[in-house]
Structure formats: C-alpha cells, structure tokens
Design a protein. Structure first.
Lengths: 461, 278
C-alpha cells in the first residue's frame, strides 16, 4: 500500500515536471491576468478624473528596451514630455531586449499591449500585418512636433507597409534612431603601410580593398574583418531573394561571385582572422586593440571608439564591386509605434513623436556618440561640425541619404529562411566549400522556409 | 482545495489549451485561429531540424551517469565526520545556485579557444585545444561538461540526505556479523538509497531533456548547422521568433508525450531495482 502511494505521488510529480514546459505556452495568459487587473484599476481612476476636469487626465503605458544610458535618456525625455503635457503621465517599463518580443506577443495575446512601444525593424511587417500597429500617416501630416521632410526619407519609408511589402503605403512607426554602417580604418596602420584612403568621389573597388588589406596584414595584425555580405552582394547587383521576395535568388552567378569574394578574404588571402581566432577575440576587439586595419562599423560604436582607441581612425565609404561601381550597404533602425487598441491615440502619438524627434535628446545622443541624428538639418549642421572623430562623418550620412538599404530579411514576414541560409556559411568562409556549392545546396531548404513565411503572411490577408 | 486550483490553472488548463492550439495555425498576434487538424504534426515529423534538435537533446543525457556517480562519491566523502566538511557542502552547492548567465560568461572565458584557461592547460600537455565555442560538436561537449559540473553538487546533497537516513543500527548489526566496509556499502547503503537514486534519475532525465538556456546563451540560432539546438530551443524559436505558436504547441505535445513515455518506462523498470522498505 505504502509502496503504491509513493509510486503515484512520484508519478504525478514527474508528469507535472515533464509537461511544465507545455504549461509555458499557456501560463503566459495566467501571467497576464495579473497585469489586466492593474490596468483595470487604472481605468476607473482615469474616468473619475476626466469627469470633473476640463482636461482629461491620461495615463500612457510605454514599453522599451535599452542599456542604462538609453533608459536614462528616455526617462529624461519622458519627464520633459510630462512637463509639456501636464495632463499626461507616462508609465515607462523597460524590458531586456532579448525578452522584448516574447513579452510583447504575450501582451498582445492577452489584449494588454502598452499604448506606445519600441518596434524593431524586423517585426514591423509582422505586427503591422496582424493589425497591431496604429496607422500614423494622418498624424504625421498634421502634427506640430516635427517636420517629416527633415527626417531621413530612407528611415521613414522603411516603416511603411502596403499590405504586401515594406517601403511604401501607410506609416506604422517613427524611427527612434538610425544607425548607419560604414567602414572604419586605423589611420596609423594606413600611414605605416603607405596607403592612401579613398575619397567619396573616387571609391575603392574590391580589388583596391583587398590590395590594401594585404599590405596591412603583418604578423598578428590583420588587414580586415569579415566583409559585409550585404554590401558585397548588393553592390554586385544581386540579392538573396528576387524582387517579389517570394523566391530565393542566391544561385545567381553575381551573388556567388560576391559571396566568394567575401570568403576569399579569409580562406584564400588570409587577410581576415580565421574562424577560431574570431571566436576567441572578435574583429571588433582586435580593431580596438590596434591589431586590425579595416572593418564595418555602426554609428552606435562612436562612443567606444572615442574612449577606447589610442590611435587615429576615420571612415571611408563602402568599396564598390568592380562590375557595377555601385555602393551599397544596409542601415538599421528601431521604431516607436502606437497600439491601435490605445484609448488615448492622440497622446500616444504625441509621445512617440516627442521621443523620436526631440532636439535636445538628439543632441545628447550624438554628443555622447550613441548615434547620428535622425533630423537632417542637425546631422548636416552641428553633427558634421562637431570637433570629434571621425573627420569624415559624411560617410555615415551618405549611407542614410544615399546608398543604404533595408536588410532583405527585414522585408519578409519572418526571418527563419535567413537563419537557415546563414547556418552554414562558415563552411564557405573557412574554405571547406565553395560559394557555388554552398548556395546550390541551400536552395531547397531556404525556399521551403521562405514559402512558409509567405504563406503565413498570405493567411492574414 | 488550493492544490486543486493550482493543478487546474497551471497544469490542466494550459495542457488542454496547448493540445487544442497544436491543431491550429495560431500565430499569437491575431485572435482568430484556423483549425487545421493534424497538419502541424505531419509537418513536424517531416522537418529535419526537429530531428536534429531531438538528437542533440538526447546527447544532453550523457552527463547524468557521470554526475550521479561523482555526486554519490562526494556525498560519501562528506558523510564522514571530517573537520570542515560543512564548508565543502556549501561549496558543492554553489554552482547550482549561481546565476546561469554569470556561469555562461565565466565558461566563455574558460573555454575561449585562444586565451581560455582550458586550452592553455591542454597546450601545456601538448594537446591543441579545440574551438569550443565555434565548432558545434565541441560546444555540445562543453555544455555537457558544464551540466555535469553544475549538477554534481546538488546530486551529492540529495545523496547525503539519503545516507543520513540509513539507520546506524543496520551497520552495527552488520559489523557484528563480520561484514567489511565493502559489504556494508553494497548490501546496506546501496539498497537503502535506491529510492533517491530513482528519483534523481527521473528528474535529471527530464531536466536534461529540457536543456534550453545554455543553447540560447552559447550560440546564435542554435549554432552552425543547428548543431547545438535542443527541442525546447526549437519550440521556443518557432513560437516566439517565427510566430508559429500552433506549430510550436504541436512540437511541445509530441515532446511531452516522449518524456511521458520515458518516465513511464522508468517506473516500470523501477520494480526491479528500487528498494521501497518492508
């Protein structure tokens, strides 16, 4: 008897533990009932206050991610916003960026999304297509907080979605920031090797870049980090997907050629650190230690470069493909969006516009080296004139104004095909396979996942 | 009564929801879900990534015998009244209660292929250390070593508790009958601690099958060629990165059933070796 009872207890225990991860799927809803109660408490509160004052007292929930300095900047901006609009108070929640999307999805499933929130560019299509982003088009036309023509057109347009693709149509988010990706080089190493950096009008092509990298590579100093695949592929007139974004296109000889160029930097010419060297000390850290000549760098890294480099550095535009002479690279951004379920749409829109384009905050952001301004007049004016490296700040601005593009994987409903394509690229970088062999081997599996993404998107129409 | 509420809210209800969702194309972001029957299951069984993940998950079972044996040895060492063994007990327990994020950071340093202590030590022995963090085969091995290291302490605490519960009269009687230390260990200690051993096997197998966080922290996208991803990692990616909650639920149901099967099998076998008292 005792034996049996023990057995049953143990069995129940084990089953509960075993399926506790199933519970994970559903228990989010339990989690969120907690927050439902909280916000239900607030609603009657707001109503009683709105009853007896002319100006309605409003509470907005705002959710974001960010490191300490970003949170501090945002808290300061929110304080300024509350001062400007005394009837609005903002509840600011910070969630670690790795958990943000999971949390957001749970909140949406529970009908408890915040009024305003960050929205990473990869997720814009997903959230817009499922009706979880408020259409800001008419607000942007008729607002008195900013002039949309003074914002990088590229950065605005990536948040437009017309129901099938990004780039045009109604506007669903405002750029919280823009990040340009350019090439940084170690001036001291360039001088020592007798290399003259290229100019904007006369950019290097891949051969010039390779030649420079070969001159720079010496002992434990490498010429270059792994080259941006986007830059190489696009510059060569190819892409991962065709224009419809429904078919893979990476077996195109132009794609393969660009891919092989990138891989050869490591596996043929040995001017970039090997894969195991890269995992033990990233190219970025190598560069910071003065052991690497050139690498792609984002505008967010300026602060680090200012504070931690004991050598001179500057930027150059991305080299061009010898075939086309076209410059290309991606640029990034994170957006601020409003939930269509918000009961205070006007206030929420004002909040995100204020946060996105507040001049004081933009100034803080570029003077601390976190990013380049989202406002064009400020970028070309005070930012360009700022007395700090890089001398060639225009290299960042060229990306935003001119040749930067939205990454291909951000333009599809989900990014699983992209992870699949990248899951084995190391084999090519290490010279175990040629780019041609790799691309041929990946067509089927990547296309299958892309079909899935298209199917998911279609199902929502 | 509260136990019942808890059981329904956190177990029965989510379980039913999950089984229901597994037959829909639910994507979390929209309210309506379409019923698609067993479509998710058919797709799941045809997905090579799921099977890669399943193989990797089974790999995570490897450290269990290792840390069970060492856990027992540590417990035996601690069981003796030696000065300072309380300190050791606390030290054993430390890895288990440390934050996993901190541990992963630490291990990334230890196993750094150029500068890590492990490869430096191997270098002194004339062995060229592998690229632990870059090569999925070695990353998996590293995770297994980490799990073993982390679990030895907690296992030994369980064993120690079991050892303390063996009545000393048994040993005294055996000694009088002339049993030596080995006899005492194999004829008294071992049978007396079989219930806890069984319990540890059950929860450790389930725990190992649920390995997730190490994969998430040591790799991006499950490592090269998905070589480190486990089933739970696969489910999580599908649910939250690729908006296929229905499909993820189907995978969770299949995986839950697999765990249930393994556990039932263990209970069936337990009659043969677990001593349950008179």
């Amino acid at each position: 008897m005792r034996k049996m009872r023990k057995g049953i207890t143990a069995l129940v225990l084990v089953v509960v533990m075993g399926i506790s991860m199933l519970a994970g799927c559903g228990s989010n809803e339990e989690d969120n009932t907690g927050s439902t109660e909280i916000s239900n408490d607030q609603t009657p509160n707001q109503e009683t206050q709105s009853g007896d004052t002319a100006e309605e007292q409003v509470t907005l929930n705002f959710m974001g991610w960010g490191n300490d300095s970003e949170v501090a900047t945002f808290q300061a901006m929110i304080d300024a916003y509350e001062e400007k609009y005394p009837n609005v108070s903002v509840e600011y929640t910070v969630v670690p960026d790795g958990d943000f999307d999971t949390k957001m999805q749970n909140m949406i499933a529970a009908g408890e999304q915040p009024d305003a929130f960050y929205c990473g560019i990869d997720n814009v299509m997903k959230y817009a297509a499922t009706g979880n982003l408020y259409d800001l088009s008419s607000y942007v036309e008729n607002n008195d907080l900013f002039d949309v023509d003074n914002v990088w057109e590229n950065a605005i347009n990536i948040y437009r979605y017309n129901g099938s693709s990004l780039g045009d149509g109604p506007l669903y988010a405002l750029p919280k920031d823009v990040s340009a990706f350019s090439v940084v080089y170690n001036k001291d190493l360039f001088d020592a090797a007798g290399i003259t950096p290229p100019t904007e009008e006369n950019p290097w092509d891949w051969n010039d870049y390779l030649e420079a990298a070969q001159k720079l590579t010496d002992g434990d100093v490498y010429g270059t980090a792994m080259y941006s695949m986007e830059s190489a592929v696009w510059s060569n007139g190819a892409n991962w997907l065709d224009d419809s974004l429904a078919n893979v296109a990476f077996t195109d000889p132009k794609f393969v050629e660009a891919f092989q160029f990138v891989a050869d930097l490591r596996c043929k010419y040995h001017v970039a650190p090997s894969s195991s060297e890269e995992t033990s000390l990233s190219s970025y850290d190598r560069f910071m230690q003065g052991k690497l000549g050139m690498m792609g760098v984002g505008s967010w890294a300026q602060a680090d470069l200012w504070n931690n480099c004991d050598f001179e550095w500057d930027l150059m535009d991305w080299p061009v493909s010898p075939g086309t002479g076209e410059k290309a690279v991606w640029f990034g951004s994170a957006g601020l969006a409003v939930s269509p379920e918000s009961e205070h749409l006007q206030e929420a829109c004002d909040l995100i516009a204020f946060l996105a384009f507040n001049e004081e905050a933009q100034r803080t952001s570029y003077t601390t080296g976190m990013s380049v301004p989202t406002l064009k007049d400020m970028a070309y004016g005070e930012y360009t004139e700022m007395d700090k490296a890089p001398a060639n700040k225009k290299a960042f601005l060229n990306v935003l104004e001119d040749y930067g593009r939205l990454a291909t994987q951000s333009r599809t409903f989900n990014q699983e095909w992209w992870s699949e394509f990248n899951s084995g690229v190391e084999a090519v970088y290490n010279g175990e396979m040629t780019a041609q062999e790799y691309c041929d081997s990946m067509v089927e599996s990547v296309q299958a996942l892309l079909n899935k993404s298209v199917e998911q998107q279609e199902a929502l129409k | 009564m509260p136990a019942m509420v808890q059981f329904v809210c956190f177990f029965l209800l989510p379980l039913c929801l999950c089984i229901f969702a597994s037959m829909t194309d639910w994507n979390v972001l929209v309210k309506n879900k379409n019923f698609i029957g067993l479509g998710n299951f058919v797709e799941l069984f045809g997905d090579s990534k799921f099977w890669i993940a399943a193989r990797n998950t089974i790999y995570m079972l490897l450290p269990i015998p290792f840390y069970m044996v060492f856990g027992l040895l540590f417990a035996l060492a601690c069981h003796k009244e030696i000065k300072g063994n309380k300190v050791f007990r606390i030290l054993y327990y430390l890895p288990y209660v440390s934050s996993i994020v901190a541990l992963v950071l630490l291990w990334k340093w230890l196993f750094n292929s150029e500068f890590g202590l492990v490869n430096q030590a191997l270098g002194l022995l004339g062995i060229e250390g592998p690229n632990w963090l870059g090569d999925p085969v070695w990353t998996k091995r590293m995770i297994v070593i980490m799990i073993a290291w982390k679990m030895i302490g907690i296992t030994s605490i369980y064993f120690l508790a079991a050892l303390k519960n063996v009545p000393s009269t048994y040993y005294e009687a055996a000694t009088i009958d002339g049993a030596g230390a080995f006899m005492r260990f194999f004829k008294i200690t071992m049978p007396m601690i079989t219930p806890i051993t069984f319990y540890l096997f059950c929860i450790n197998i389930i725990g190992s099958l649920q390995t997730f966080i190490e994969v998430d922290l040591f790799t991006t996208d499950g490592g090269r060629n998905y070589g480190v991803a486990t089933v739970i990692y696969y489910i999580w990616q599908k649910a939250f990165n690729y908006s296929q909650m229905g499909y993820a639920c189907a995978a969770a149901v299949v995986f839950g059933l697999m765990i249930l099967l393994v556990t039932l099998l263990q209970f069936k076998l337990s009659n043969k070796w677990v001593y349950e008292g008179d």
